[in-house]
Design a binder for this molecule. Structure first.
Ligand SMILES: [Zn+2]
Length: 312
């Protein structure tokens, strides 16, 4: 039987730059560049994405930007869906750089795209909440938060206000977790927010405040190596029932460990497209569940379908 797939973590457009409208343009063709994202995928995501070496980090940051320009358009997203025979892609905008409207428009052109929205922190809190409610009426399936790119901590009152709109409706909220830079030293964008805003403890504090909400720390808590253990510890200690995570940048061994630690019902397949490599991510996740068809179908499809209100 064909593996049903919902990719719970993908992006459309340039999530790093405001007003770089690439979503509806033809993909760019760039000269060949060193691509650690590709190498990591081909290596089975055995190494952490974020290394300490500054040169390696700069190469990674460059590659991330190049991948966006090459693969961030709707045309590329559709090709990716087709190539990997995906059923759905959850598409996560990050204001002020990419918007719900952009993602919603893409979902009308490609119904396999499921749009999330992002809080507009430039608005007064009440207006921000009203806009989010309007987005839900328009078709937003959940909320994406990015504390580093948005420069708002997960423990900020404005974050709470946005999260409550979705949590009270039992709609999923996912947040970037991971202490990493998005811009190289000297970039005019550097230090809009400190990378420490991505530290897992902020997310854990958010979950502690709202244990009844569906909250999804992305990347199993981070991309530096062992954050998933800290996340799993907290989930077990507090007996949180509504915390999920995605498998982006995780190899077979970590996925298996996560199943042991937080259970197959709480894991969502995700690639972090355009940064993750779908082909290897799918293969690794299948390998982690070899001989366990039912658990594989949960992680690839049913867990996400339940959160998104899709009939499984
Ligand atoms: Zn992402």
């Amino acid at each position: 039987m064909r593996t049903r797939i919902i990719d719970f973590h993908t992006h459309l457009g340039d999530i790093f730059h405001e007003n770089k409208n690439i979503s509806f343009k033809a993909p760019q063709h760039l000269p060949k560049y060193k691509d650690p994202f590709k190498e990591l995928g081909e290596g089975g995501y055995r190494a952490p994405l974020i290394a300490d070496d500054p040169d390696a980090l700069n190469t990674l940051i460059d590659a991330g930007q190049f991948r966006i320009w090459e693969k961030g358009s709707l045309q590329s997203v559709r090709e990716e869906i087709e190539r990997n025979r995906m059923d759905y892609m959850v598409s996560l905008p990050v204001l002020p750089n990419t918007s719900f409207e952009e993602t919603l428009a893409a979902s009308k052109l490609e119904p396999k795209i499921l749009p999330f929205t992002s809080p507009d922190f430039s608005l007064p809190v009440k207006e921000m909440q009203e806009k989010l409610r309007e987005d839900i009426r328009m078709g937003a399936r959940g909320l994406k938060l990015h504390p580093i790119l948005q420069n708002v901590k997960l423990t900020d009152k404005r974050t709470y206000a946005a999260v409550e709109v979705f949590g009270d409706l039992k709609l999923p909220v996912t947040a970037h977790c991971g202490v990493n830079d998005y811009y190289k030293p000297g970039s005019p964008y550097q230090n809009i927010a400190p990378k420490e805003y991505g530290a897992l403890h902020y997310m854990l504090a958010l979950i502690e405040r709202y244990p009844q909400y569906i909250l999804i720390p992305a990347h199993a808590g981070g991309e530096c190596g062992k954050e998933y253990l800290e996340l799993a510890d907290a989930v077990r200690k507090h007996k949180w029932k509504h915390v999920y995570t995605d498998t982006s940048f995780k190899g077979t061994e970590v996925i298996k460990e996560l199943v042991e630690l937080i259970g197959e019902d709480k894991i969502l397949f995700g690639t972090d497209y355009p940064f993750g490599e779908a082909e290897s991510s799918i293969a690794l996740c299948k390998e982690a569940f070899s001989g366990k068809e039912d658990a594989a179908d949960k992680v690839f499809y049913r867990n996400a379908a339940a959160l998104l209100g899709i009939m499984a």
